[in-house]
Each structure stands twice: as C-alpha cells, then as structure tokens.
Design a protein. Structure first.
Length: 303
C-alpha cells in the first residue's frame, strides 16, 4: 500500500497539525505552535526525507524556525528527525524519554534494515522534566504533561488550553490499533482518563487524522477488549501468540496493524504476572510474535 502525501491542517491561527497518512507503522503526526516570533515543534519524523518535508511544511506557513522541540516519547518515528532542528531548537522531553532514546539508539534500523532512514542521529533532550512543565511560545502557554507509564515509560502530551487543542502523541492512534507493548495497559487507561479531564475540543493523535475527544472512548474500548482477552487466555495457560491466533477481533478486525494484539497481550500478561508497568519483557519478543501473526513477515515500514 502506498502512503498518501503528508498535509498540514491549520487548527487555529497559531496551531497547526502535520499529518502523515495513513498513520501506519512509522507514519506519525507532528505539529507546531507559533505566535509569529517563536515556534514550538511537537515531534519530528522517521526518515531524513520525511523530516525535510516536515521542515518545508513549517517554512510554507511562514512561521519562524522552531526554538523549542518537544518529543512525546522516544520511538524513532517521532524522534529520528531531531538532529535536523538542533541545535537551533532546544530539545525537551520527559526524563525517561531521553533515557530510552539514548539506550535504544537506532532501533528502527534493526526492525526495518531495508528502509532508507537517511541521516538520523540519535539526540537526547537538552531539557527534561518528570511530571509536568509549561513551555512559553511568546505569550502562548503550552502545558506538557507526563501521564505516567502508558504507551511507553516516558510519554508526554501537549495541552493548549487557550485553543482547547491537545497533541496526544501515541496515547491515541486514530483509525489504527493502539499499541502499548513498551508501556502499560492499565497506565494507558489512566492516561485516557487524564486526557478526558482536559476538556479538549480538538485532538491531534500520534497517528491518523485529526479528531475529537470521542477518540478516547474508542481507544478505551479496544484496551478493555485486550484486557478481557488477556485475563481469560492467561488463566487458560495460553501464550500471547496462541491467544492472539484464537481471538475473534470482531469490530477491531478491520483496524490497520491488527497484529498489535499479540504485542499488547504480552504487556497485559506481564502486568497479570505482577511486573511493574513498563518492565518485565523484551520488546523484540513482541515484534517477533507480531511478525508471526503477520504471516511470518515483518510488518511494512511505510516511511
């Protein structure tokens, strides 16, 4: 399948989303906030080519080059382009995001060695936080909040109260299958509740089209579906792969990346076994089993 062309959505005169269809593996969203004199960029892209396209999209709107760059989590589709905007931009992230970015290195290269990622130096944040912080983009206040372990151990979302807009990072996959192999099932539910409490009107997901708060309900229903499958299959002594192969996905069968069920079951099993959130398993095992569900082949990197 050929991915569609990225596009920029003006959400308000000072807020834009940058969407990369169709939001599948390695096709993430970014966004930027600017008062005309200062710019905050939220996430980059997986390849040098796509990062250059993102940079051109910013230029096309006439906003200044980013002074601040916020990574919502450490995965390479959101961070590989950091180097293009540094050192002009100060890179900001949760402390665990910085740690994981440096520890995992060029992890996308290991998963998809045939993909041309181009120049993708791994950059850790210049400035980190542990709970929440406020970034000032001129007179605009952007609240950056860590919801706890959820999609990963170091997630952040960006809340713009003056516009009722939230950039969720991968706490939300709109039109795709949620994914919390490296985070927490229960933590993902808590994160969605925290997002609900904001009173947002516009939701920019980590993948997929711009949406509204109904996305939180769709994500929660899937996560609770995984929890139910995990509880029954774990009690029956099935492995996550056996459970995934026996599960009727029902309404979720048509979601792209449906193979993520087995990875999510690995995380659910780890929590049922009493492991701390974000710990207790090797993510590569989850990718191995996803490939098995995917007909024995690694999923396609669409970047």
């Amino acid at each position: 399948m050929t991915a569609g062309e990225p596009y920029t959505v003006e959400l308000a005169e000072d807020v834009h989303a940058y969407v990369q269809p169709d939001g599948g593996w390695c096709l993430n969203n970014s966004g930027f906030v600017s008062d005309g004199t200062s710019t905050l960029l939220v996430d980059t892209a997986a390849t040098e080519r796509r990062t250059l396209a993102l940079s051109a999209a910013l230029d096309a709107t006439g906003v200044p080059a980013p002074r601040l760059l916020l990574n919502t989590h450490h995965h390479g589709d959101h961070t590989y382009g950091n180097g293009h905007f540094m050192p002009t931009a100060t890179l900001v992230s949760h402390a665990a995001c910085r740690r994981e970015a440096l520890a995992s290195g060029q992890h996308l290269h290991l998963l998809w060695p045939q993909t041309d990622f181009g120049h993708a130096p791994i950059k850790g944040a210049d400035l980190t936080f542990t709970d929440r912080m406020t970034l000032h983009v001129g007179d605009i206040e952007a609240e950056v909040i860590h919801p706890g372990v959820s999609h990963t151990v170091g997630d952040s979302f960006v809340w713009l109260p003056h516009r009722r807009i939230v950039f969720t990072g991968d706490l939300v996959f709109e039109g795709g299958t949620p994914f919390f192999l490296m985070g927490s099932l229960s933590g993902s539910l808590r994160a969605l509740e925290l997002l609900r409490g904001l009173g947002a009107e516009t939701v920019v997901p980590g993948h997929g089209p711009v949406t509204d708060p109904s996305a939180f309900d769709r994500a929660e229903r899937y996560i609770r579906f995984v929890a139910d499958v995990a509880e029954k299959a774990h009690a029956a002594g099935l492995t996550p792969l056996e459970a995934a192969r026996q599960t009727d996905l029902g309404e979720y069968a048509e979601l792209p990346e449906s193979e993520r069920l087995v990875a999510n079951l690995h995380r659910a099993y780890a929590e049922l076994d009493g492991h701390p959130e974000g710990e207790g398993l090797d993510p590569l095992i989850g990718f191995r089993d996803m490939a098995a569900v995917n007909g024995g082949e690694m999923m396609t990197c669409h970047a």
